[in-house]
Design a protein around this ligand. Structure first.
Ligand code: SF4
Length: 398
């Protein structure tokens, strides 16, 4: 039985290589959590403790909540907690967590909105015979009229827009979990608490939306299961990735960081990249110069042929045929009229005759697992797998 969580599929979407390290090779790095996830966990733990007390008839004071938070922070702290950004300090983030809890307490005390049905509640949805979706709900409550609410706490430093909240896939997963369990629900609300901002973003998902989400999850799972290569996908999130030190996209960056400035340029990798970049620059400049020269000579030749009324001008070994060609220009692929042009060709029944198979797109569809099974088998039979060295230069990332 295959098991997928929201974060597992998100990992694949963010970086296939990170997915491979974590879920296929199960590489365990000897690293602590990042300070941001440590903060999030302590705030979640404190709120879970608070709601468990309230459920048992005790309302803790704000200072007891603060005390619990600091107790948990110290009890769980280890020196391998990773601080990635230079402007962030553990003490600073510790105060942020305290402030989040104060804001939440002042807004929600005495915490009696609805009946709490679950805290850190695990769910498992059988998507298909052989696929189960897993996750946790921070807090699940029922309001009057069979309205169910999933509450999720966020300590992130960015407040999403309402449109982003509407599109949030994680919220969709939670709605799916609640709808599967409480089929009589009249409404399911996803309440995201952005604690730093004392803001709530509330969205809903219709039964149709959750059905569409199921289809999307199936598509994503298929893509993951058919994947044969897991390339690194660099992004701003790499700094938080636990596999940074073993990632092939980062290995050389780490190696050169430890080289003193005075010997840096002699390092073979650095020297080779610098030489390659210089050669590509020279080639570009040479090509541009020659293209300008060719345009000038062609213009002169055209002029000469016209002046003398020649249509062929003879050289030592070659001769030039000089003619005025009429050529229709069609709208390019990104032009709004292009669709109309393609539709007209299709309508005339000439598409097969006039169009070409786009092999780059076919390769991408195969890699992304978007081809139907039969076509995939055929395409794999007719294609040959080759490994060719390929080097792409880009601006260096810091
Ligand atoms: S460091 Fe970046 S590219 Fe490398 S595995 Fe991690 S997320 Fe992917």
């Amino acid at each position: 039985m295959a098991r997928y969580s929201y974060s597992k599929l998100e990992t694949y979407a963010t970086c296939p290589l990170q997915y491979k390290y974590r879920y296929i090779d199960r590489v365990r790095m000897d690293l602590g959590p990042t300070i941001e996830s440590f903060l999030g966990s302590r705030v979640h733990d404190t709120l879970e403790w608070l709601y468990r007390l309230v459920n048992n008839g005790t309302l803790p004071t704000l200072s007891e909540v603060r005390e619990r938070y600091h107790f948990l922070w110290e009890a769980e702290w280890t020196d391998d907690v990773r601080v990635i950004r230079p402007e962030v300090t553990p003490e600073g983030l510790r105060r942020v967590g305290e402030r989040c809890l104060e804001l939440y307490y002042n807004r929600h005390a005495p915490f009696d909105e609805g009946i709490v049905l679950g805290l850190e509640d695990p769910f498992a949805i059988r998507l298909d015979d052989d696929v189960v979706l897993n996750g946790y709900l921070d807090r699940l409550t029922r309001q009057d009229g069979d309205v169910y609410e999933v509450h999720d706490y966020k300590t992130s430093a960015r407040l999403p827009t309402p449109e982003e909240a509407e599109q949030d896939q994680q919220a969709g997963w939670y709605a799916l979990a609640v709808r599967e369990r409480f089929r009589h629900a009249s409404e399911i609300r996803l309440v995201w608490h952005y604690l730093r901002f004392d803001e709530r973003l509330v969205t809903t998902r219709s039964p149709e939306q959750t059905e569409r989400l199921k289809e999307d999850i199936r598509r994503r799972i298929k893509e993951v299961e058919l994947a044969r290569s897991f390339p690194p996908q660099e992004s701003a999130l790499c700094d938080w990735c636990e596999y940074f030190t073993i990632c092939p996209a980062k290995g050389h960056r780490l190696a050169v960081e430890s080289i003193p400035d005075n010997t840096y340029l002699g390092e073979p990798g650095v020297a080779l990249v610098n030489r390659l970049a210089a050669l590509k620059d020279e080639l570009k400049e040479f090509t541009q110069r020659k293209e300008r020269e060719i345009a000038q000579v062609e213009e002169a030749l055209h002029e000469y042929a016209h002046q003398h009324g020649y249509s062929v001008v003879v050289g030592s070994d070659m001769e030039a045929v000089v003619e005025d060609q009429e050529k229709v220009q069609f709208p390019k692929a990104d032009h709004p009229d292009r669709t109309e042009l393609e539709e007209s060709v299709r309508a005339a029944g000439l598409w097969d005759e006039l169009s070409n198979l786009d092999l780059a797109k076919l390769r991408r569809a195969l890699a992304d697992g978007r081809l139907p099974d039969r076509l995939r088998a055929e395409v794999e039979r007719l294609g040959t797998q080759q490994t060719k060295p390929h080097i792409r230069l880009r601006k260096r990332r810091t």
